[in-house]
Design a protein around this ligand. Structure first.
Ligand code: 4AD
Length: 430
């Protein structure tokens, strides 16, 4: 019977067949240990020369790394490790004998691995990250639906900027001039909430950012959420609930993956509400007291984020930033017209900024002035201004960078391992 390795617990003592790839092979005289993977887990298949035909043993001896194979055997429990199963092999077939595999089971430099990303994805760490990424996506979808958000897709070709004009990718667009690859679907889901109340989008976004950091990609996945009749505090509450839910979901569903990643799960277990909070002003004060030379009105650097999260087990909100360094759509704080009702959420353990959000300006005239002050072309935003002309309501939302969250929860140093095929300034292949 052909089964997936994840179903071994239901088949102890039975003969089954699994299909997959040979990850590693060790031999000790008349016994061979085949480490196999079928996509669902890693399995040790034990072949005794005396227990198989001569033809099968010849195939076992000649099989190479990453060959596609079919293995039949009896499922047994590992003698020492609870929850681990083995196959006592009765039959073995090579489906395709792999050529010399370029990735050996030793350290390679990052450039070599990135050139071979299509093969590197098969390694255990990358397998774990792919699965964790999927769990994070599932957790996000579940939580938002529980909170009555529904998914509304936003376009990728857009006529105008959402997050400033300096990071736009332009694409020739027939007779209509240039289209720009979306930096965030926010403006579109702001339009959609007037139809359905609460919604989110989830898709690739693009930033022509020249940053060569461990946290920046030129193509990454963003989940933008937006809700009508939500003010600043409601916005923070949902962000906090979402992150707490995602972490718990991963702890519950990704035990094997987190173990493969050697992630300290005790730290993840501490992620609970309430999250730490600083106003931007208080954050600058704390940073200056702790040796940072950041000046009021500047964005936080990596080291600054490190200082602010150092003493916190939970993510840290930095709220109410100076209007002068934030986009046109953020709502001005009426009690301090130089500030906006926004937040950045910084993950602990060097996770960096994982969410950016704000209450949105709902007054059409204030918004027009902000658009002009930023040197944007008002005509491009007339459709967006209509949202304020016809039934404008207080509303808020936020954008979560998926790879940033994967990076933090997986404990991965570089964001390029957190997306299947990374795009950075210097990399477009494979
Ligand atoms: O803070 P950002 O720029 O916010 C927006 O785009 C809003 N329009 C979102 C909204 O309110 N709906 O980006 C949101 C998040 C950041 O917090 C970060 O996690 C991630 O997107 N991000 C990046 N991730 C990888 N590479 C980059 N170059 C990123 N730039 C932002």
């Amino acid at each position: 019977m052909y089964i997936l390795s994840k179903d071994f617990p239901d088949h102890v003592g039975t003969e089954v067949t699994i299909k997959g790839w040979l990850y590693n092979k060790r031999s000790s005289g008349p016994i061979a240990f085949l480490e196999m993977r079928d996509g669902f887990s890693w399995t040790q298949a034990v072949v005794a020369k005396a227990g198989v035909t001569t033809e099968v043993w010849v195939d076992v001896e000649k099989v190479t790394h990453e060959s596609a194979v079919e293995v039949t055997g009896t499922v047994s429990k590992h003698l020492k490790k609870a929850g681990v199963f083995e196959l006592q092999v009765t039959n073995f077939k090579i489906l395709q004998l792999a050529e010399d595999y370029p990735i050996a089971l030793k350290d390679h430099g990052p450039d070599f691995l990135l050139e071979n990303r299509h093969l590197w994805l098969r390694s255990k760490r990358q397998w774990a990250i792919l699965r964790l990424r999927d769990a994070i996506i599932t957790g996000i979808n579940q939580y938002l639906h529980q909170e009555d958000f529904i998914k509304v897709d936003s376009p990728i070709f857009t006529p105008n900027a959402c997050e400033g004009t300096s990071t736009l990718f332009a694409v020739p667009y027939f007779d209509l001039g240039s289209a720009y690859l979306s930096q965030s679907g926010q403006l579109y889901i702001e339009a959609a909430i007037a139809s359905i109340g609460r919604c989110y989008d989830f898709g690739p976004v693009f930033r022509a950012e020249k940053s060569k950091t461990k946290r920046h990609l030129t193509e990454f996945w963003m989940m933008d959420a937006e809700a009508a009749f939500f003010e600043h505090e409601d916005n923070l509450r949902v962000q906090e609930g979402l992150i707490r839910y995602i972490v718990r979901y991963c702890l519950e569903h990704c035990q094997e993956e987190l173990a493969a990643l050697e992630r300290n799960i005790e730290n993840l277990k501490k992620v609970d509400a309430p999250f730490t909070r600083y106003t931007y002003e208080a954050a600058i004060k704390k940073l200056n007291e702790n040796g940072s030379d950041i000046k009021f009105g500047e964005d936080l650097g990596n080291d600054d984020e490190g200082i602010l999260t150092k003493d916190s087990d939970v993510p840290v909100f930095i709220e109410k930033w100076p209007k002068s360094i934030k986009p046109f759509y953020m709502k001005t704080d009426p009690s301090n017209p130089e500030r906006v009702f926004n937040d950045d959420l910084i993950a602990p353990e060097n996770g960096g900024e994982i969410i950016g959000g704000s209450q949105r300006e709902e007054d059409v005239n204030v918004l027009i002035n902000r658009i002009k002050a930023e040197g944007l072309n008002q005509a491009d935003y007339e459709w967006y201004l209509d949202i304020r002309r016809y039934g404008s309501v207080p509303h808020s939302g936020f954008g979560l960078g998926l790879e940033r969250v994967v990076r933090w929860i997986s404990g991965t140093e570089h964001i390029r391992e957190c997306i299947p095929f990374p795009r950075t300034i210097g990399r477009l292949r494979p």
